[in-house]
Design a protein around this ligand. Sequence first.
Ligand SMILES: Cc1cc2nc3c(=O)[nH]c(=O)nc-3n(C[C@H](O)[C@H](O)[C@H](O)COP(=O)(O)OP(=O)(O)OC[C@H]3O[C@@H](n4cnc5c(N)ncnc54)[C@H](O)[C@@H]3O)c2cc1C
Length: 408
Amino acid sequence: MSHFVIVGAGECGARAAWALREKGFDGAITLIGDETLPPYERPPLSKASIGEVLEPKLVADRHRYAEERITLITGVRVNALDVATKQLSLSDGNVLAYDKLLLAIGASARPFPGVPGDSQSIRMLRTHADATALRAAMLPGKHIAIIGGGFIGLELAATARMLGVRVTVVEGLERVLKRGVPQEIADVVATRHRLEGVDVKCGVAITSLTDAAGRATVRLANGDVLEVDLALVGIGAVPNTWLAERASIRVENGIAVDERLRTSAPDIYAAGDCCSFPLHLYGGRRVRLESWRNAQEQGSLAATNMLGGDQTISAVPWFWSDQYDMSLQIAGLADGAVHHLRRDLGSNAFILFHLDADGRLLAASGIGPGNAVARDIRLAEMLIAAGARPDPDALVSPGVKLKSLLAA
Ligand SMILES: Cc1cc2nc3c(=O)[nH]c(=O)nc-3n(C[C@H](O)[C@H](O)[C@H](O)COP(=O)(O)OP(=O)(O)OC[C@H]3O[C@@H](n4cnc5c(N)ncnc54)[C@H](O)[C@@H]3O)c2cc1C
């Protein structure tokens, strides 16, 4: 009987395991992860209330894995991978043989330079354990410094304000969300945070981050010193690649896979946050995405191809973020765009369409209350997938339905 092993019991690994069964695989499946919890959703960790964080949102109850004959091993790390003998060495001393292997080992929070890990008052956020420790310290009246004005930092800033915590965000670049969204949307986000009482400092470098006696000290290049109860380092994530690197599997900003999620080693696939892949829709350029939906879709695609399928990556990148009552959504990749067209949707919601010099729609980013932008972003995604060159006048006219552009 064939044995398929999935390393990394996160969103992607869990999705792949379920998809293998849904697609009719009858062999043995082992899903192995180094966290103690069964696979759970990470997005609520920065957004939800403390109660919801304490109760993790599981992808599926533990017993359901057994029902589907998926052997779920948690709290065990894969320490080494031998490509020649097709064996994995586990941290509990066991050795596991595989016929096909999926690496869905995700990413880790990027530490602040010179501050190797977490301490009581300097923390990072990636896991449920991180979130639980962080939230326990976020009490009303406490002061937290968030290092980095990216999505996770800003989501946490919003959550902290709702918990009555004083918040200072320190961003080294000239504005927040520099890598994530265009200026127009970042301005809306920063303004809202300031209205909610967050002190947003942009364009200030940090010269040192230290902790002593349960408090953190953030020294800024402009001479300011922040003494806070807690500093949250939210400066991005780094793909987990060491397992692949040590096995001489090709790595290029993540474990390098082809359009079918195959690594450079036979019978080994990689998917989700840990891998970089060529995106046909954008001229085959190699990208790595850190997005919940991408992790799900690639888990499923990897399962198809592990079973002998021949599916290539075709999904349009998509990401969302919730802060206060606002939701941001981004479809596609905007770099390379030269035209940015705005469509107002009413109720403080709008979408920006990003087009290249030939008028091809590359990306759309929107912001608004609740799910005000969801439907139009979904339609924009379909236009992007179709390689559409929509009429610019129609794009900016709220009276013209995007659906009609799709039909055109
Ligand atoms: C706080 C937070 C908020 C987020 N919010 C959003 C959002 O709003 N929208 C959005 O689109 N995305 C969001 N994301 C991103 C999304 O959660 C990730 O893209 C997704 O979780 C990636 O899934 P993955 O399975 O590829 O990786 P991961 O979820 O990182 O799972 C990989 C697992 O593999 C384990 N592992 C690694 N190495 C080994 C090893 N050697 N042996 C055994 N196990 C190993 C890891 O510990 C981890 O449990 C958020 C992420 C975080 C952290």
